[in-house]
Ligand binder design. Structure first.
Ligand SMILES: *[C@@H]1O[C@H](CO)[C@@H](O)[C@H](O)[C@H]1NC(C)=O
Ligand SMILES: *[C@@H]1O[C@H](CO)[C@@H](O)[C@H](O)[C@H]1NC(C)=O
Ligand SMILES: *[C@@H]1O[C@H](CO)[C@@H](O)[C@H](O)[C@H]1NC(C)=O
Length: 311
């Protein structure tokens, strides 16, 4: 391999801020709350975070801070400087006009600014979180209808996987599992087609596509992305359900390899957060922000989530 292409390849893994920095082994990741839209949840509160996302991050050695909606931008800026990454969860709110979209837009902008000036700040988007990432980057909602509700699929990995950050440490056996076994759970009615992606310069210059899938009608949609020059990652599927959601009439993969898959992506993202040195100004402030201050509500009999935090 020519020295130049090796240098380019290395640059692909080592984003600014990542190299030579000591790791932060007490990472704290924010999860953005969303408006309650399901009537079963109305009695409990106006906004919520499903517990499976919390456990997903905790399982890899991160603590979690809820990012509540409708706070002044100033408070989000302060919180941004206190935490080491954010997760945009799945769910069902409007990508353009919801409070969820406002809050994710603020964090997305701050994260891109930070990593452009050498400060590592990773973002993970799952399902709706993936979709909002594409909407934030494109400045428009470019999704089209896909029929992928309650189906688990193997990923159709692209050639970009080999030089990606997301799969850089993936054992070959995991790549085999991902590409052959039904370990990625899909629950979505919209998706981003490869054609739309390629036709949109903002998207195709910002992200690379690491996997695609086909819905039940054979329509192809993008299922895994990572930003080229920022630690921003998105999956249209749900890695957290494999370990933390159990409704028996849902297609949640629970095989040993499905559990491994889920743990791999949690470990990957929390390791990204370890590259951020942000911290709260005091231990008191940190303790007051952590999700341990809230008690989750039992929701397994009214939703696919075992528990949820209401705010
Ligand atoms: C897998 O993705 C490639 C493009 O990366 C596409 O040409 C092919 O049709 C896809 N296969 C399936 C089964 O979706
Ligand atoms: C979801 O998919 C699983 C596995 O295919 C199936 O057993 C179950 O009935 C489906 N649930 C619904 C609500 O369609
Ligand atoms: C769900 O379970 C909770 C806790 O056991 C119970 O209080 C509630 O009435 C149940 N809701 C429904 C709709 O069954």
């Amino acid at each position: 391999m020519a020295p130049l292409s090796l240098a380019l390849l290395l640059f692909g893994w080592l984003l600014p801020g990542a190299a030579g920095t000591e790791l932060n082994n007490r990472p704290i990741i924010g999860i953005v709350a969303q408006e309650v839209t399901d009537k079963e949840f109305f009695p409990f509160g106006a906004t919520y975070i499903a517990d499976s996302y919390v456990k997903f991050l905790e399982s890899a050695g991160s603590r979690v801070v809820p990012i509540r909606l409708n706070l002044p931008e100033e408070e989000y800026r302060k919180l941004f400087k206190s935490i080491n990454g954010v997760l945009f969860p799945g769910g069902s709110v409007d990508l353009q006009v919801s409070s969820f979209s406002r809050t994710t837009r603020i964090f997305y902008k701050l994260a891109v600014e930070a990593s452009s000036s050498g400060h590592y700040f990773p973002i993970w988007g799952t399902c709706m979180g993936f979709q909002i990432l594409t909407a934030l980057t494109a400045g428009a909602d470019l999704l089209s209808a896909t029929a992928a509700e309650n189906i688990s699929l193997p990923l159709n990995l692209t050639d970009e996987v080999a030089s990606s950050r997301m799969f850089h440490h993936a054992p070959p056996d995991l790549l085999r599992v991902l590409s052959q076994e039904r370990v990625t759970a899909n629950f979505h009615h919209f998706g981003l087609t490869p054609e739309t992606f390629r036709a949109n310069k903002k998207l195709s210059e910002f992200y690379r596509v690491l996997s695609t899938n086909r819905d039940t009608n054979g329509v192809e949609f993008i299922s895994t992305i990572e930003a080229r020059n920022h630690p921003i990652y998105g999956v249209q599927w749900h890695p957290e359900v494999n370990r933390f959601q159990w409704r028996s009439d849902m297609s949640y993969p629970h095989s040993a390899n499905a559990i491994w898959t889920s743990q791999y992506f949690a470990d990957f993202f929390v390791n990204e957060a370890r590259k951020s040195q942000n911290h709260f100004l005091s231990e008191e402030e940190e303790n007051a922000a952590l999700i341990y201050n809230w008690t989750p509500t039992y929701t397994a009999n009214i939703s696919g989530y075992e528990q949820a935090y209401f705010f």
